[in-house]
Write a protein that binds this ligand. Structure first.
Ligand code: ADP
Length: 275
């Protein structure tokens, strides 16, 4: 078998360009902070609970900064090779294939590592040289070092609510990022978002948000995490499809967030009182 090694030269990153403005309602000055970080080549950590708008924010920022957005969902089987790249057999040849991180570096994209703590610590180490002054990615298997162009940016998301000894970000990783804190949008904005995303009427949107806020107060009574904006939107979408409102809320809120029958009952009571 011929052992021809080819560096993948063409970088099909156009597919990662966001051409239409994503709907994003700023909650504070996160847009300005992100732009300032981008201009200064600072990596950014988006901290916050699941379903509160971090991914949508990244899409919006990539559109605003006109950079392709390469998102990598982190999980415990993700290896450094998955991020950097690997040799693949193609017919009679062996070809090098850039991993998504290398692709992002070479094309000056924004690379977003979603739920970064899910990845193993030895995997995360490959991002370290990209997050300091060097801004490089060593590709050991090719014996080359690629320097990131000015346009490249690295961002990660992290949910502090899941913090545990096994799944915590090491200080050596943590302290390489500036951190922007995210939370569920305030009621007035969340109402606007739910109405926009689901087309439910204003009153229904207001009720969904009120239910969401009441459930979030349960967090200290055994709920691991409050109900996300995403779930409020799911409920609204089911209602728009003709599912009875209380039923839709059960399916999209009390059922997904807990398996505890007592908690579900309490949440259903909140739903019944508000909807
Ligand atoms: P995360 O990445 O934090 O898990 P997402 O970005 O997927 O959450 O947010 C879930 C959904 O909530 C989005 O698809 C979007 O519809 C809505 N959303 C949340 N916050 C906002 C916001 N500030 N502006 C617009 N939509 C939002």
């Amino acid at each position: 078998m011929a052992m021809k090694c080819a560096l993948s030269e063409e970088l099909p990153v156009d597919e990662y360009l966001i051409t239409e403005e994503p709907y994003y309602v700023p909650v504070g000055n996160e847009v300005e902070i992100f732009i300032a970080a981008y201009r200064n080549k600072l990596p950014v950590n988006l901290k916050g609970p699941t379903g509160c708008g971090k991914t949508r924010f990244m899409e919006y920022m990539a559109w605003k900064l006109q950079r392709p957005l390469i998102t990598i969902a982190c999980h415990e089987d993700l290896t450094a090779t998955d991020l950097v790249g690997r040799f693949l057999i193609k017919g009679e040849n062996v070809e090098w294939n850039d991993g998504p991180l290398t692709k992002a570096v070479k094309s000056g994209a924004i690379c977003y590592l979603d739920e970064v703590v899910e990845a193993r610590k030895d995997t995360i180490v490959v991002i370290h040289p990209l997050t300091d002054d060097r801004r490089i990615i060593p590709i050991d298997k090719l014996g080359v070092i690629v320097k990131a162009p000015d346009e490249f940016m690295l961002s990660v998301s992290y949910n502090p609510g899941y913090q545990s000894i096994v799944k915590d970000m090491k200080q050596s990783t943590r302290q390489r990022f500036v951190a922007i804190e995210f939370d569920y949008p305030p009621a007035e904005l969340e109402k606007q978002i739910v109405a926009h995303e689901t087309h439910v009427d204003e009153q229904t949107a207001a009720r969904l948000v009120e239910i969401g806020q009441s459930i979030r107060n349960f967090k200290h009574h055994g709920l691991e995490e409050g109900v996300s904006t995403r779930l409020l939107i799911y409920a609204g979408k089911l209602i728009q499809e003709g599912i009875e409102a209380k039923e839709a809320c059960k399916i999209a809120m009390s059922q997904p967030i807990t398996d505890n029958p007592d908690l579900q009952k309490s949440i259903d009571e909140i739903i019944a009182a508000i909807m």
